[in-house]
Design a binder for this molecule. Structure first.
Ligand SMILES: Nc1ncnc2c1ncn2[C@@H]1O[C@H](COP(=O)(O)OP(=O)(O)OP(=O)(O)O)[C@@H](O)[C@H]1O
Ligand SMILES: [Mg+2]
Length: 246
């Protein structure tokens, strides 16, 4: 296990407000990491910074074996380098089948999905099956994606990200709006994905975080308040004061 992502001393200010304040986090490969903390703690902004959507005012962020800085890279260069991100709202192509959605993601490794460029016959049925098995949608491969449940759409989008084979996958509040059974399936899926890559999950649902059974980082006011096992951080008095005791 070696360090894949190293964020050190990063700060971001929006109109004079320090949303991220001297933040340092290291993520290993492979690793499953949960990031929790109160509303406005900077969890989403952390993901915005790592994906290049928001540029920090100061600090260092290096990624990969050579420890390349991502600060000079564009969002698409960062995605090419192997950092994938799942947004809260699924962005699957609703008129296409599950199979077509996965196939499109496979044809364009780590690039933007460009349907026009990928007309060539696809022989990646094996990969499609591997991914559909991994996300639990093999029985739904020929369904139109728009007919899937909210949870199934989220899994499909995770599958489309896995098709790009990211080394680091960032997932913001995956369990929101899901049924208890869907949440459980999502936990299993993320745990499996994190066996071969780094997966960072932001989530408020503590039951969900407990089931992930991984190291937890608690953010507060843009910095790390506590880090360790869920039991360790939930016994921390600062964490109880700012997050759990509300
Ligand atoms: N583009 C922006 N411009 C101005 N302020 C912003 C911007 N993005 C985030 N913020 C502010 O930065 C702080 C951190 O926001 P962020 O969305 O990262 O919190 P969060 O931990 O993801 O919260 P939540 O749990 O509610 O999703 C908040 O006070 C937010 O209002
Ligand atoms: Mg957020």
């Amino acid at each position: 296990m070696s360090t894949l992502l190293e964020v050190s001393g990063v700060s971001v200010t929006f109109d004079g407000f320090r949303a991220i304040n001297n933040l340092s986090i290291q993520i290993a490969e492979p690793e499953l990491r949960a990031v929790i903390g109160p509303n406005g703690a900077g969890k989403t902004t952390f993901m915005d910074i790592v994906t290049g959507k928001t540029k920090p005012d100061e600090g260092r962020i290096v990624f990969g074996d050579r420890g390349d800085s991502i600060l000079g890279m564009s969002e698409s260069q960062i995605a090419q380098a192997g950092i994938g991100r799942k947004f809260q709202k699924p962005t699957v192509f609703e008129a296409q089948t599950v199979r077509e959605n996965i196939a499109m993601a496979l044809k364009n490794p780590r690039g933007p999905f460009d349907v026009l460029l990928s007309r060539k016959a696809d022989n990646s049925e094996t990969r499609i099956r591997e991914i559909s098995d991994e996300i639990g949608l093999t029985d739904a491969l020929d369904f139109q994606s728009g007919a899937l449940s909210h949870g199934q759409k989220q899994w499909l989008e995770i599958g489309m990200l896995l098709a790009q084979d990211p080394r680091l996958l960032l997932v913001d509040e995956p369990a929101a709006g899901m049924t208890p059974a869907e949440r459980e399936h999502t936990t299993e899926l993320l745990k499996r994905a994190a066996k071969t890559r780094a997966v960072v999950v932001v989530e408020h649902d503590m039951e969900f975080v407990r089931r992930l059974n991984c190291k937890v980082t608690v953010l507060h006011e843009g910095s790390v308040l506590a880090e360790g096992s869920l039991d360790h951080v939930t016994q921390n008095q600062d964490v109880i004061d700012v997050y759990l005791g509300r």
